[in-house]
Write a protein that binds this ligand. Structure first.
Ligand code: GLA
Length: 427
């Protein structure tokens, strides 16, 4: 192995120090990316580490599969509504680096190479995402970036990579506060804007997690367990975001986002009601929206949910505030997300329980944070139907299906005097 390209963790402190002093222009995350939560498709949850193209040629992780998904993203109109990254997850390289220490895509599964695959994605108007790991090996046992961060950043830039998911298996968590910023330094140094998705806080949860530092270095960051194809897993993540330990939700905003993991809408484990709750909550939580689903066979109903423009608009609201759980009683909880238009809110009521009959609720409008004395226009968030006007003293009645969601947007009414003032003075 060529020693010139190797960076030992022992020298990282010095490297970051030099970086701060000498290269301050490229040291902190300043790539202009992810001003709203990134959207795309990611291979992991649905396709996993299936490398057996002999027995399962249609579903193994290969350039054929990735190109097919890319084609479907375009033909199904998913690119048109904002899903632009196509991200290959773990298990894409050979088990050994080449004689120059460079990563090598598996030649049987990626015979055209990664540059050609990137070119293909770009020709479709899509962006190219790839996976590596901060440690000595990826979670699936493939070569990790430790000791090779500079080489790998340059390789990814040469291949036209637009996003790097950087996992944390086989590493020392005490090194992450230095190691992740170091990779960000090398990515910046390539001059290519590469969205940096960090798994760092997922490994340090329960231990000290410096979200300020994470936000300074990452465009998005996983901070909880992997999503699996079930309601229990999906709700477990939602509840973690509801608990919001150490206030991590406050660190989300344009340029950097908490990542509760991929969307599993369209797979095997969720009912339609649960898919609605999942999609609605990812919109409320200003989460990156990465579908992990087989786009060759997705159900129409699930596809329509993923493409729902009203939910996507809530997710992509330019204010970039992550919604928070403001109330929970037994299985019912209330979430609120402020939106950019002054005083507007997205509101979600979630029933996480599975008792087989809808729960009936009466709630004062004030408890939904509807405080404006002039009132609000309420709109159902999934179908855009008007729900009429509501005033702070009103009581609202709801019926919530088991493992179901009700979502709405509330836009404050403007008095005619205010409207006239804003037309004249633009205030
Ligand atoms: C970890 C990550 C997953 C996925 C796998 C790949 O579990 O959290 O999202 O990338 O590794 O091995």
């Amino acid at each position: 192995m060529e020693k010139r390209t190797q960076i030992h963790l022992g020298s990282l402190v010095g490297c970051v120090f030099i970086c701060v002093l000498v290269f301050s222009g490229v040291c902190s995350l300043d790539n202009g990316l992810a001003r709203t939560p990134p959207m795309g498709w990611m291979a992991w949850e649905r396709f996993r580490c299936n490398v057996n193209c002999t027995e399962d040629p249609e579903n193994c992780l290969s350039e054929k599969l990735i190109k097919k998904m890319a084609d479907r993203m375009v033909s199904l109109g998913l690119l048109d509504v904002g899903y632009e990254y196509v991200s290959i997850d773990d298990c894409w390289p050979t088990k050994e680096r080449d004689s120059n220490g460079r990563l090598v895509p598996d030649p049987t599964r990626f015979p055209s190479g990664m540059k050609a695959l990137g070119d293909y994605l770009h020709s479709k108007g899509l962006k190219f995402g790839i996976y590596e790991d901060f440690g000595t090996k990826t979670c699936g046992g493939f070569p990790g970036s430790e000791f090779y961060m500079s080489t790998d950043a340059n390789t990814f830039a040469e291949w036209g990579v637009d996003m790097l998911k950087f996992d944390g298996c086989y590493s020392n968590i005490n090194d992450m506060e230095i190691g992740y910023p170091t990779m960000e330094f090398f990515l910046n140094k390539t001059g290519r804007p590469i969205l940096f998705s960090c798994s760092w806080p997922a490994y340090t949860q329960g231990i000290k997690t410096d979200y300020k530092l994470i936000r300074e270095n990452c465009n998005m960051w996983r901070n909880y367990a992997d999503i699996q194809d079930s309601w229990d897993s999906t709700y477990g993540i939602i509840n973690h975001y509801g608990i919001n330990k150490d206030g991590f939700s406050a660190f989300a905003g344009p340029g950097g986002w908490n990542d509760p993991d991929e969307l599993i809408v369209g797979n095997f484990g969720l009912s339609y009601e649960q898919e609605r709750a999942h999609m609605g909550m990812w919109a409320m939580m200003a989460s990156p929206l990465f579908m992990s689903v087989d786009l060759r066979s997705i159900r129409n109903q699930s596809l329509a949910l993923l493409k729902n423009k009203r939910l996507i608009a809530i997710n992509q609201d330019p204010l970039g505030t992550q919604g928070r759980r403001v109330w929970k009683e037994s299985d019912v909880e209330l979430w609120v997300k402020p939106l950019q238009t002054e005083g507007s809110l997205a509101i979600a009521l979630l029933n996480s329980g599975n008792q087989g009959t809808p729960k009936r609720l009466s709630l004062p409008a004030l408890s939904l944070m509807l405080t404006n004395p002039l009132g609000y226009n309420l709109t159902e968030a999934f179908d855009g139907a008007s729900m009429g006007s509501v005033f702070p003293n009103d009581t609202l009645k709801f019926s919530l299906n088991p493992t179901g969601i009700l979502m709405m947007t509330a836009v404050p009414k403007v008095s005619s005097a205010n409207l006239l003032m804003s037309l004249i003075f633009g205030q």
